[in-house]
Design a protein around this ligand. Sequence first.
Ligand code: DP6
Length: 320
Amino acid sequence: MRATARAQPNIALIKYWGKRDTEQNLPAVGSISITLADLYTTMRVGFDESLSADSLVVNDTGNPVMLPRVSRCLDAVVGADRAPALIASESNFPIAAGLASSASAFAALVVAADAAAATHHSRERLARLAGQASGSAARSIYGGFVELANDDDAIEVSTLCPADDWPLSVVVAITATGPKAVGSTEAMETSRATSPFYARWVEQQNDDLDEARAGIGARDFARLAAVAEHNCLKMHSVMWASRPPMVYWNATTLECMDAVRQMQAEGIPVFFTIDAGPQLKAVCEPAAVEAVRERLAATEGVEAVMVTGLGDGARLIDDG
Ligand code: DP6
């Protein structure tokens, strides 16, 4: 009744922002992401009838705040009549700073829980279960370039292109550490309820998805770069125009954007994307990764840079 799984975070190039059903956590829009290789969360789940309740340890520290969401996810995977569980997770990157730690955590959680309880769900079902816990987590079940299609009554997640078929690199510029002010769950509801741009955002998403899918299909870096930056800035415009406004960037985030613009002007194949946090993620062709890493590391205010390639989906690493 014990198992350990590992999953990597993913970074959306065409973003999920907004829900059409908060009860089932169904997104209002489809999204496309890349699953990373070198940042990961390892999740151990053990069901034990002798325990009196679930308990959660994150990076060696008890975490009662996240526990209810984790327990609900286990109920969904295994059934509410399950045994209590001991859940322990470790991530090798800063959590809750706009680096999609919830995506890798919930993807690893459903895979570990499914193995520990021998529920034998299909990969498709695991993605839906992960997505119920956190929308972006559904994408970390799969590797490479991943599309989450937003169908009428559910989501369909699939790999558009495996990591090895178009091995791009990602340089993450850490511009601030520590948890963000407003979590994305709350922030996207505020946008839905108050942003005058929200309806247009939802309306235009299919065009951006089509364009990104075509760019990925043709391995056309410039085409993907243009639509990914546009989609990212559009999402942030929705946030900025919300009430209250939500601005996740800091001055260093803008410095990093400027550094990317300069590199682009020099002909370096790189583009940026930014999620609900102050870190900037620069996506580039592998030959450019050293130049991009150096430039971002030298940008004023950048605390650290992390470099990674693209990787595989969530998997079991120990089922005993
Ligand atoms: C900006 O998946 O964290 O990273 O479903 O409420 O848990 P919940 O939201 P979450 O939102 C991710 C938002 C984003 C864009 C993206 O990853 O697509």
